[in-house]
Design a protein around this ligand. Structure first.
Ligand SMILES: Nc1nc2c(c(=O)[nH]1)N[C@H]1C(S)=C(S)[C@@H](COP(=O)(O)OP(=O)(O)OC[C@H]3O[C@@H](n4cnc5c(=O)[nH]c(N)nc54)[C@H](O)[C@@H]3O)O[C@H]1N2
Ligand SMILES: Nc1nc2c(c(=O)[nH]1)N[C@H]1C(S)=C(S)[C@@H](COP(=O)(O)OP(=O)(O)OC[C@H]3O[C@@H](n4cnc5c(=O)[nH]c(N)nc54)[C@H](O)[C@@H]3O)O[C@H]1N2
Ligand code: SF4
Ligand SMILES: [Mo]
Length: 710
C-alpha cells in the first residue's frame, strides 16, 4: 500500500482574506463527491486557523455533481446547449470572436473578467484582449467592488493597495472606524483582530445604517441614511477643526491641499450634517473624541461607503479625516479598504482593468506601453487604448458600436450586475458569448459556448489578498475528467486566433512573465517567487528584487506621490442619484449574508450553506412593517424605477425605518439587482448598488396598491 499524500497547504476559494487552509485527500463518498477535506492550517497569520462556514464547506464546490464537466455549445441561438468536445468548443469560440472583429471591427470583440481569478489568469486575460483580440474592451467585476476606494487612494496616496499594512495591525490601533463594512458576516476570521483590539483597550466605531453583528461589537454605532457617508465624514472633519484637533505639523510636513478640504468641511456644520444623515450631533462629537483621543487610529471602508455614485468622493472625505488628524503613514494608523473578492487586489493590478497594464501601469502612459509591449514582443503602437468600464461595456453589448462577441471568465453578471434584467437582455443580444466557468451559472445558460474550468484546489496560482500579500494556491486534487484550466482555454483560443506562442499553460511560466511585466511598476512583483511565498507566508508588493524583503507597510516615510506628500481631496456633499419621493418613498440598500457568496453560483450549490441561508428576504423595521400591515414572513413586492423583486419580509429593528435591505445572492424574482440603480460614479464608474428609491407592498395586495408605504 502506498502512503497517503501529505495534506496540501493552500487558501480558501472565496473572499479577500484568502484564509490559509489545509486540504487532505480522502476517499470520495461517491463518484461525484469531492476527494478532499478542508482542515485547519494554524500557522497562516491572517486567519490563524479560523475559517468561516464558506471556507470550511469549500470542498462542496469540487463535487462532480455540481460542476460543468464537459464543454457545451449551441448550434443556433434558439437551440438548447449540448455537450461538445474541447476541439469543437474552442473552434467555435475562436470563430465567433474572429467573426465579430471581421464584420464590425476589432472593437466588436470584448472580454469580461473577474476578481476571483488568479494573478496568472488575470494577466493572461489582459494580454489576450490586447495582443490577440487587440480590442480596448476588457473590464471585470472588480469595477463593481472596490474601484471607488482604489481611485480615491490613488488620488490621495499615489497608489492603491487595499490595506497599507498587515491586517494584524488592526489589533494594535487605538481607534478603528469601520465604514460600511460588516466583517462579522463578510470576513468572520478578521473579528479575531477586532476582539484583540478591544482587549488592548482600543475602541471601535461602526458606520452602518443597519445594526449588524459587527455594529453590535462597537463602542459607538453611527447609523447614517444610506448614501450620506460623504456628509458624515465632512461633518466629522468640521468638528475636528472646530475643536482644534488638527495635527498641524503633520498637515504641513506630509500633505498638500488642506485649504480646500478645510473650507469644504466648514460648510458642513454639525446640525446640517445631522439633517442630512440622521446622526445626532452628540454622536458625531463622541466619534471625534474617540478618534482624536486615541494615540493611533484607522479608518477602513468597505462596500457600504464605496458602492455609490459618489463613492470616490466619499472615500476621499474619510481619507481627509485621517490626514487632518495625522492618522496616515504612521505605525498603527492609516486608511485602508477591505477589498472583497479572493483576488480583488491582484485582479486589478495585472491588466484586466479597462485602463491599466500589468504592474498597475497606465494604458495611456507611453513609457508603460513601451515596457509591457517589449515583454509581449509587440509594437507599442499596436496596443489598444483604454476601453469601457464594466457597466458601460455590458450595457452596450449587441448595440451598434458596442461589443458583439464576448469572452466572459469568472463572473456571473446575470445575477450581480446592477439593473440585471437589462444586462441579461444585452447578453442575449450578443452575436456570440463564450463563458468559462466551473458551474453552469445563470450567465453560462445564455452562452453559445461554455468551457468548463478547473478551480482553486485543482490548479496552482497566486492570489493577492486585501493586505497586498501575494499568496500561493496549490493544487491538491486533479480536476474532474473533461475539465481544463482557464490557462489551457486561453492557450487554445490564442492558438486558433494566430498566436500559438505567448500563452503558456503552466501558472509558473505565466508568473515568470508577469514578474517581468510588472517590474518597475507600482505593483512590482519582480522579486516574488513561488518558493519565497511558501517560505514567507506570502510576500507583500512592491517587491522589486529577490533580495528585497517585500513591503508589509507602505507610506511610513513618504507617500507614493511625486512629491511624497498625501493629497487632500476637494469634496462636498451631494445627494444620491435617486432620492425618495411620493412614488418611491423608501431607500433600498443591498449587501451580503454570512453563508452565501456573491451571485451564489458556488455557494448555492453547497447543501450546508443553503440550509443556513436558503433564499432572499427583505429586511424592514417593525414601524414600517406595521404601516404596511406586514408581519414577519409575508411576501413583499419591492419596486424601483428599474423593476420588481418579491421575497419574504424579515422584520427587525436592526434597520432604519426609512430603509429596506436585500441581499443580492439569488437570481429570479427575488433578485435585488432587479431593482438597483446603475448610476455611475464619474471617476471610478462604480454603480450605485447601495442606495436607490423603492416602494414596498405586500405581494398579494400589490395589484390593488393597498398596503403601500407612504
Ligand atoms: N458572506 C460573504 N462574504 C463575502 C462576500 C459575500 O458575498 N458573502 N463577498 C466578498 C466581497 S467580493 C466583498 S466586496 C466583501 C463586501 O464586504 P462588506 O462591504 O462588509 O459587505 P456588504 O454587505 O456589501 O456591505 C457592508 C455593509 O454596508 C452597509 N451599508 C449599506 N448602505 C450603506 C451606506 O450607504 N453607508 C454605510 N456606511 N453603510 C452602508 C450594509 O448595511 C452592510 O452591512 O465581502 C466579501 N466577503
Ligand atoms: N445589489 C448588489 N449587487 C452587487 C454587489 C452588492 O453589494 N449589491 N456587490 C458587487 C460586488 S462587490 C462584486 S465583487 C460582484 C461579484 O459578482 P460576480 O462577478 O457575479 O461574482 P461571483 O458570483 O463570485 O462570480 C464568479 C463566477 O466565476 C466562477 N468561478 C469561480 N472560480 C472560477 C475560476 O477559477 N475560473 C472561472 N472561469 N470561473 C470561476 C463562479 O462559479 C461564478 O460563476 O457583485 C456585485 N454586485
Ligand atoms: S473569511 Fe473569506 S477567505 Fe476566510 S474562510 Fe471565509 S470566505 Fe474563506
Ligand atoms: Mo466585491
Amino acid at each position: 500500500m502506498t502512503e497517503p499524500p501529505p495534506p496540501t497547504d493552500t487558501h480558501c476559494p472565496y473572499c479577500a482574506l484568502q484564509c490559509g487552509m489545509c486540504l487532505r485527500r480522502v476517499a470520495a463518498a461517491g463518484p461525484d463527491a469531492p476527494g478532499v477535506a478542508v482542515e485547519e492550517r494554524p500557522g497562516f497569520p491572517v486567519n490563524l486557523g479560523a475559517l468561516c462556514g464558506k471556507g470550511s464547506n469549500a470542498a462542496d464546490t469540487l463535487a462532480g455533481s455540481v460542476r460543468l464537466t464537459t464543454p457545451l455549445v449551441r448550434d443556433r441561438r434558439t437551440d438548447p446547449l449540448r455537450p461538445a468536445t474541447w476541439e469543437e468548443a474552442l473552434d467555435r469560440a475562436a470563430r465567433g470572436l474572429a467573426q465579430a472583429a471581421r464584420r464590425h471591427g476589432r472593437e466588436a470583440a470584448g472580454v469580461f473578467g473577474g476578481g476571483g481569478l488568479t494573478n496568472e489568469k488575470a494577466y493572461l486575460l489582459g494580454k489576450f484582449a490586447r495582443v490577440v483580440l487587440r480590442t480596448p474592451h476588457i473590464d471585470y467585476n472588480g469595477r463593481f467592488c472596490m474601484s471607488s476606494a482604489a481611485a480615491a487612494q490613488r488620488a490621495a496616496f499615489g497608489v492603491d493597495r487595499g490595506l497599507p499594512f498587515p491586517l494584524a495591525d488592526v489589533a494594535r490601533t487605538g481607534c478603528l472606524v469601520l465604514v460600511g463594512a460588516n466583517p462579522a458576516d463578510t470576513m468572520p476570521p478578521a473579528l479575531r483582530h477586532l476582539r484583540e483590539l478591544r482587549e488592548a483597550g482600543g475602541t471601535l466605531i461602526v458606520v452602518d445604517p443597519r445594526r449588524t453583528r459587527t455594529a453590535e461589537l462597537a463602542d459607538l454605532h453611527l447609523r447614517p441614511a444610506p448614501g450620506t457617508d460623504l456628509a458624515l465624514a465632512l461633518g466629522l472633519l468640521h468638528l475636528v477643526i472646530a475643536r482644534g484637533r488638527v495635527d498641524e505639523d503633520f498637515v504641513a510636513r506630509r500633505t498638500t491641499g488642506f485649504a480646500h478640504a478645510r473650507a469644504a468641511a466648514m460648510a458642513h456644520w454639525p446640525e446640517r450634517v445631522e439633517a442630512l444623515t440622521g446622526i445626532p450631533v452628540g454622536q458625531m462629537r463622541r466619534a471625534v473624541d474617540l478618534f482624536c483621543d486615541a494615540p493611533t487610529a484607522m479608518v477602513l471602508t468597505a462596500r457600504g461607503g464605496e458602492q455609490h455614485s459618489k463613492g470616490v468622493d466619499t472615500v476621499g472625505a474619510w481619507i481627509n479625516l485621517c490626514l487632518a488628524t495625522g492618522r496616515a503613514g504612521r505605525p498603527g494608523s492609516g486608511y485602508g479598504c477591505l477589498t472583497g473578492q479572493g483576488n480583488g487586489q491582484g485582479g486589478r493590478e495585472h491588466g484586466q482593468k479597462a485602463d491599466q497594464l500589468p504592474g498597475y501601469r497606465s494604458l495611456t502612459d507611453p513609457a508603460a506601453r513601451a515596457h509591457v509591449a517589449a515583454v509581449w514582443g509587440v509594437d507599442p503602437a499596436d496596443l489598444p487604448g483604454p476601453g469601457r468600464s464594466a457597466y458601460e461595456l455590458l450595457a452596450g453589448l449587441g448595440t451598434p458600436g458596442g461589443v458583439r462577441a464576448l469572452l466572459l471568465m469568472g463572473s456571473n453578471p446575470v445575477v450581480s450586475a446592477p439593473d440585471a434584467p437589462r444586462i441579461t437582455e444585452r447578453l442575449r443580444a450578443l452575436d456570440h458569448l463564450v463563458v468559462c466557468d466551473v458551474v453552469r451559472s445563470e450567465t453560462a445558460e445564455l452562452a453559445d459556448v461554455v468551457l468548463p474550468s478547473a478551480q482553486w484546489a485543482e490548479e496552482t496560482g497566486t492570489m493577492t489578498n486585501l493586505e497586498g500579500r501575494v499568496v500561493l494556491r496549490r493544487a491538491a486534487v486533479p480536476p474532474p475528467a473533461g475539465v481544463r484550466t482557464d490557462l489551457d482555454a486561453l492557450h487554445g483560443l490564442a492558438a486558433r486566433l494566430g498566436h500559438p506562442d505567448g500563452f503558456p499553460t503552466t501558472a509558473r511560466e505565466v508568473f515568470a512573465e508577469l514578474r517581468r511585466a510588472s517590474a518597475g511598476g507600482a505593483a512590482d512583483y519582480a522579486g516574488i517567487t513561488y518558493e519565497r511565498i511558501e517560505q514567507e507566508d506570502g510576500v507583500f508588493w512592491p517587491c522589486p528584487g529577490e533580495d528585497h524583503p517585500g513591503t508589509p507597510r507602505l507610506f511610513l516615510d513618504r507617500f507614493a506621490t511625486p512629491d511624497g506628500r498625501a493629497r487632500f481631496a476637494d469634496v462636498s456633499h451631494r445627494p444620491a442619484a435617486e432620492e425618495p419621493d411620493d412614488a418611491y418613498p423608501l431607500l433600498l440598500t443591498t449587501g451580503r449574508v454570512l453563508a452565501q457568496y456573491q451571485s451564489g453560483a458556488q455557494t448555492r450549490r453547497s447543501p450546508a450553506l443553503n440550509r443556513a441561508a436558503p433564499g432572499p428576504f427583505v429586511e424592514l423595521h417593525p414601524r414600517l412593517a406595521a404601516r404596511l400591515g406586514v408581519t414577519d414572513g409575508d411576501r413583499l413586492t419591492v419596486t424601483s424605477r428599474r423593476g420588481t423583486a418579491t421575497a419574504p419580509a424579515r422584520v427587525t429593528d436592526a434597520i432604519r425605518p426609512d430603509t429596506v435591505f436585500m441581499p443580492f445572492h439569488w437570481s429570479g424574482e427575488g433578485s435585488a439587482n432587479n431593482l438597483t440603480n446603475p448610476a455611475l460614479d464619474p471617476v471610478s464608474h462604480m454603480p450605485e448598488f447601495k442606495v436607490c428609491a423603492v416602494r414596498v407592498t405586500k405581494a398579494d395586495t400589490a395589484r390593488t396598491g393597498a398596503g403601500e408605504a407612504a
